[in-house]
Design a binder for this molecule. Structure first.
Ligand code: ACO
Length: 323
């Protein structure tokens, strides 16, 4: 059978680091409060004029170089983002043009913090059904543009950045020893809209709005839903959780990571955490954490890697990959 295999990955962060102490100079907060409640110590914030496509392009170029392929080899670009450059066209088409890709297709996916795994799932399906051979999947955000900087309960949590992977078709036997994406699981429940949303949009207010969140409620649902997605993925693969070498969670909050690890009985040493450095970068969070653990040598060829995420909608998702 055809599998989709990760042949390269890349990341891009803006140069501008904003620490908790920097925020404390601008609003009534403190490093102690933010670290104790979230584990976040700093975040990267795009400079004026720097757009989501700029970050996406940086991650895309690094992923293509890592894969050792030219842009002509790509059949498709999927960009997961909640903070597109414009209402239309898709940010993926901006990246397509700036990469010099003149064929194939490019489109965006909107599933907020779960967007990268949604994009990965679509790419995997298109490759396995033979519709495409090589797809670039990007998660890129400038969340700083969607924040209400007067709301200290939300603006301290988020950051900007981008991560990307190149998926390519390969031959597999159809078992869990195959290299590549073994399964993806996608979920949503639109009834939970009011817990996390932007209070604007083209068809409602003709503005982008600002991020609104009921933090305590989000926290409770996050641990439950992420655990359910993880179980769905390992059960579909017919493997025990203990077989997973690395868990790469959405980096929302260290307490959500710890709570989920406790609920699932995971070894904390297997959980990749970059939330202290990046904050919550929404759709960019999972690929940024993934690339961090690949570059520092933790994730190696042959390892079983489980990605998981949850975000506005609510949406939540998991992906099991033999690296
Ligand atoms: N600095 C200092 N004090 C603050 C800050 C801040 N940045 N923000 C809020 N406070 C104050 C509040 O005003 C409140 O003060 P009061 O008691 O005088 O009214 C107090 O701290 C407690 O506020 P709570 O909102 O009850 O704080 P809580 O313990 O719930 O922590 C937090 C808030 C960190 C947002 C928590 O609810 C949380 O982590 N939720 C998960 C949300 C999340 O991670 N969302 C990301 C998007 S969703 C996703 O990606 C899965």
């Amino acid at each position: 059978m055809i599998r989709s295999r990760v042949i390269g990955c890349g990341a891009f962060l803006p140069a501008n680091i904003v620490t908790n102490d920097d925020l404390a100079k601008r609003m009534d907060t403190s490093d102690e409060w933010i670290v104790a409640r979230t584990g976040i110590r700093q975040r990267y914030i795009a400079v004026e004029g720097q757009k989501t496509s700029d970050l996406a392009l940086g991650a895309a170029r690094e992923a293509l170089a890592d894969a050792g392929i030219a842009v002509d080899a790509l059949d498709m670009i999927i960009c997961a983002t909640t903070t597109p450059d414009e209402s239309f066209p898709a940010t993926a088409t901006v990246v397509q043009s700036r990469l010099g890709m003149t064929s194939g297709a490019a489109f965006d996916v909107q599933a907020v913090c779960s967007g990268f795994i949604y994009g990965l799932s679509i790419a995997d399906s298109l490759i396995r059904t033979g519709s495409a051979r090589t797809i670039l999947v990007i998660g890129a955000e400038t969340m700083s543009r969607l924040l209400d900087w007067n709301d200290r309960a939300t603006c301290v949590l988020f950051g900007d950045g981008a991560g990307a992977v190149v998926l390519q078709a390969c031959e597999g036997k159809g078992d869990n020893c195959d290299q590549g994406v073994l399964n993806t699981k996608l979920f949503s429940d639109g009834r939970l809209h009011d817990l996390l949303y932007a209070d604007g949009g083209v068809s409602s207010t003709q503005t982008a709005g600002k991020l609104r969140m009921q933090g305590k409620e989000v926290f409770k649902h996050a641990v439950t839903n992420i655990s359910a997605a993880v179980h769905a993925s390992v059960e579909a693969a017919g493997i025990p959780l203990s077989d997973i070498d690395w868990f790469v969670p959405h980096q929302a909050n260290q307490r959500i990571l710890d709570g989920t690890a406790r609920k699932l009985g995971l070894d904390p040493a297997k959980v990749v955490s970059t939330v202290a450095l990046h904050g919550n970068t929404s759709a960019a969070s999972v690929p940024l954490a993934l690339v961090t653990a690949v570059r520092d040598g933790r994730i190696k060829r042959g390892d079983l890697v489980l990605l998981e995420a949850m975000g506005g909608g609510f949406t939540w998702a998991a992906a099991l990959i033999r690296w």
